[in-house]
Design a protein around this ligand. Structure first.
Ligand code: ATP
Ligand code: MG
Ligand code: FE
Length: 332
């Protein structure tokens, strides 16, 4: 069957058409990065306006590229949350209007479920499965015992990993979004500054990155005051060292504690080279298979929403006409 996926939770207007939940027929993403760059972050009001302008164009492009007509479509899956409410509303209302006009079932999808299901384009899931979600707004460890069911076993108590990356990048005067720039600098730097690692309680799978972020900011300020020249590369490498160490160590520990058959990584920070290397290294010493999606499936797209929507659709889940954008939707 064919599912249309629609994603507008943040600053990407995206539509995809997917066959049987695992085959991408088309996957169109209109990014707004250029419009938000000069503000150093996503401006919600601007994001909503762009979505309004882009949604019909992106929809049309996805259908043209797939060379498919509406009567071949089985259902419409749309991100209902979490995200920016004004941005989400554009996708949700487009999906509702189309579902009504074309008489198609409507399926609301959690954005993070989408990030998780991006991995299913690479490999079938094996349960129990542990997902490490590292994105602009989330840092979580999620246990899945079956399709479409999610148990949160750890989460950040303050900043998300991507958020920490973007804030540190700003301190280093790097362009937005800063994650990839910090990653690139880190590759040629040395881990010669000791930054804190927030391990929290011994049995906790939670994360915390605000102390690390403050420590990086203080280190940069103090060095400036002393007239020291710290190399940006070394700051990036030392910061990344701390983030990656905690993320990969806790993921391995959770994978063993829950005796999982597979570990997958999701979200924009899954593109991070240091994280990929560290996870690969840690899991190569175990018999637990580790799956990290290719870069283009790591960041926001609608194929991932269609993949998660396909499972929900097959499980008989349907959204009503009162489907609404929910900025704080809980994954369960
Ligand atoms: P969420 O999914 O939580 O709503 P989001 O959709 O904004 O947030 P994503 O699109 O999944 O997040 O990822 C964007 C984040 O990933 C940004 O914070 C960006 O800096 C970060 N990022 C992208 N590439 C890298 C990289 N190579 N290293 C570190 N961070 C990266
Ligand atoms: Mg984004
Ligand atoms: Fe996202």
């Amino acid at each position: 069957n064919y599912i249309v996926g629609i994603e507008t939770s943040c600053d990407e207007t995206a539509v995809a058409i997917v066959k049987d939940g695992r085959e991408i027929i088309s996957n169109v993403v209109a990014s707004q990065i250029e419009s938000h760059k000069r503000f150093g972050g996503v401006v919600p009001e601007i994001a909503s306006r762009h979505h309004v302008e882009q949604i019909t164009i992106v929809l049309e492009e996805a259908f043209n590229e797939a060379n498919i007509t509406w009567d071949q479509i089985d259902a419409i899956a749309v991100t209902e949350g979490p995200g920016l409410v004004g941005a989400l509303l554009i996708g949700v209302n487009a999906a509702k209007a189309l579902a009504f006009a074309k008489q198609k079932p409507l399926v609301g999808v959690h954005h993070i479920a989408g990030h998780i299901y991006a991995n299913r384009y690479e490999q079938e899931f094996h349960f129990p499965l542990l997902a490490l979600i590292v994105s602009g707004g989330h840092t979580e460890l999620v246990l899945m015992k079956e399709h479409g069911k999610y148990e949160l076993i750890g989460e950040t108590r303050d900043d998300a990993a991507g958020e920490a990356y973007d804030k540190v990048a700003r301190m280093l005067e790097l362009p937005y979004p800063g994650g990839p720039h910090v990653d690139r600098l880190a590759a040629s730097g040395e881990e010669n500054i000791t930054f804190p690692r927030a391990w929290l309680e011994a049995d906790s799978f939670d994360f915390s990155f605000s102390g690390l972020k403050s420590s990086v900011i203080n280190t940069i300020h103090n060095a400036k005051q002393r007239g020291d020249e710290l190399k940006k590369e070394d700051i990036a490498a030392s910061f990344q060292g701390s983030v990656v160490d905690v993320l990969s160590t806790k993921t391995l520990k959770a994978a063993i504690a829950y005796n999982v058959k597979q570990v997958i990584v999701a979200g924009g920070v899954a593109a991070n080279d240091g994280l990929r290397k560290s996870l690969n290294e840690k899991f190569s010493g175990t018999n637990i298979p580790l799956l990290i999606p290719p870069l283009k499936l790591c960041t926001d797209n609608a194929a991932m929403i269609a993949a998660a929507g396909y499972i929900a659709y097959e499980q008989g889940k349907r959204s009503d006409w009162d489907l609404n954008a929910n900025p704080s939707l809980v994954l369960k």
